[in-house]
Write a protein that binds this ligand. Structure first.
Ligand code: NAP
Length: 305
């Protein structure tokens, strides 16, 4: 939001501020917004009634929900709680925003799709989730837009950053410790830096007419194998470790509790046009996150041969 001298700094209520996207939003928007970031101990998404009253009492100008139950495999065994966090709580936020007249931006996922049909998925393609996480996120999208039709639901995919739990972090740790990693090469999508999402959220906050379901990812297509190879290339070129092997395997060799789409590509044309935005290439983001993890783990070319 553009402010001039003497303007009040607008207040942004941010749920999920300790997560990957939440941290990136704080970093990107902290100078133009007064960010209020309640920890889970102050307001938990397990309690949608409390969430709604918290939003109303906040008096915020805008609310961003970057909180979610994101442990896709665990979600299969925790259905009712996942529904509260991923569907009922966002719906409560939207209802609170409707009462306040506040802008609401909610994050969702490519896992609302099953990987079949026409690709990349347009924002209005019919969701067909394969797992509990995707089903509850699809439910959340619908409930949010029912409560507040002007809300913005931003779907994204394969998020990574230098914080929290993500595939780049796993690959850095595994490759540096063991030198070898087996990675599936038959699931493709678009690895997306949390910083990309935060920058689009920042632009979207300026344009209230940008609403409904929209897509944001970095540019390009990659398999998890490609991502691991990029991490390995970066570790080699930065002199962290040279003797690295990434072995391509099929998903059938890695059975997991939750089914995942084999292909999940989101069409970002609407977002690009509405915001005049052009997404960075996925590989650049993965290199940046790899380097952030090397710094966080104090890895340097002196530590490994
Ligand atoms: N990660 C991905 O690959 C991916 C892909 C597509 C879409 N998305 C979507 O993008 C958004 C952001 O994902 P992310 O990767 O940044 O998530 P993340 O790093 O897993 O962070 C999740 C955040 O949600 C908070 N949270 C979880 N349960 C909560 C509860 N019951 N009450 C209050 N806070 C709670 C966590 O707080 P604590 O620190 O207290 O745990 C944390 O701040 C989510 O909507 C997610 O569905 C993510």
């Amino acid at each position: 939001m553009t402010t001039t001298a003497g303007d009040r700094i607008p207040a942004l209520l941010l749920f999920g501020a300790t997560g990957q996207v939440g941290l990136a939003v704080r970093a990107a928007l902290g100078t133009s917004w007064r960010i209020v970031a309640p920890p889970r101990s102050e307001v938990s998404l397990d309690d949608p009634v409390r969430v709604a009253s918290y939003v109303r009492a906040s008096g915020a100008d805008a609310v961003v929900n970057a909180a979610a139950y994101t442990r896709v495999d665990d979600a299969e065994q925790d259905v009712e709680r996942v529904r509260l966090i991923n569907a009922a709580a966002p719906a409560a936020m939207a209802a609170g925003c409707a009462d306040l007249g506040a802008r609401f931006i909610h994050l969702s996922t490519d896992y609302v799709f099953d990987g079949s049909g026409s690709l990349p998925y347009a924002p209005d393609a019919a969701p067909q989730p394969l797992n509990v996480y995707g089903r509850t996120k699809a439910m959340g999208e619908q409930l949010v837009l029912e409560a507040l039709p002007d809300a913005l639901v931003l779907r994204t995919a394969w998020v990574h950053s230098g914080h929290g739990t993500n595939f780049v972090a796993t690959a850095v740790r595994r490759l540096v410790a063991e030198g070898v990693m087996r990675v599936v090469d038959d699931q493709v999508g678009t690895p997306t830096a949390a910083s990309t999402i935060a920058s689009v959220i920042g632009s979207a906050l300026e344009i209230p007419s940008f609403s409904g379901i929209q897509h944001v990812t970095d540019a390009g297509v990659a398999s998890w194998y490609d991502v691991a190879q990029t991490v390995a290339d970066t570790l080699r070129s930065d002199g962290i470790r040279h003797d690295l092997t990434v072995v391509p395997v099929s998903s059938a060799e890695f059975p997991r509790p939750a089914r995942r789409p084999a292909v999940s590509l989101l069409d970002t044309t609407g977002t690009r046009r509405a915001l005049g935005w052009s997404p960075p290439f996925w590989r650049d983001g993965v290199v940046t996150s790899t380097r952030a993890w090397c710094a966080a783990l104090s890895l340097s070319s002196r530590n490994h041969g």
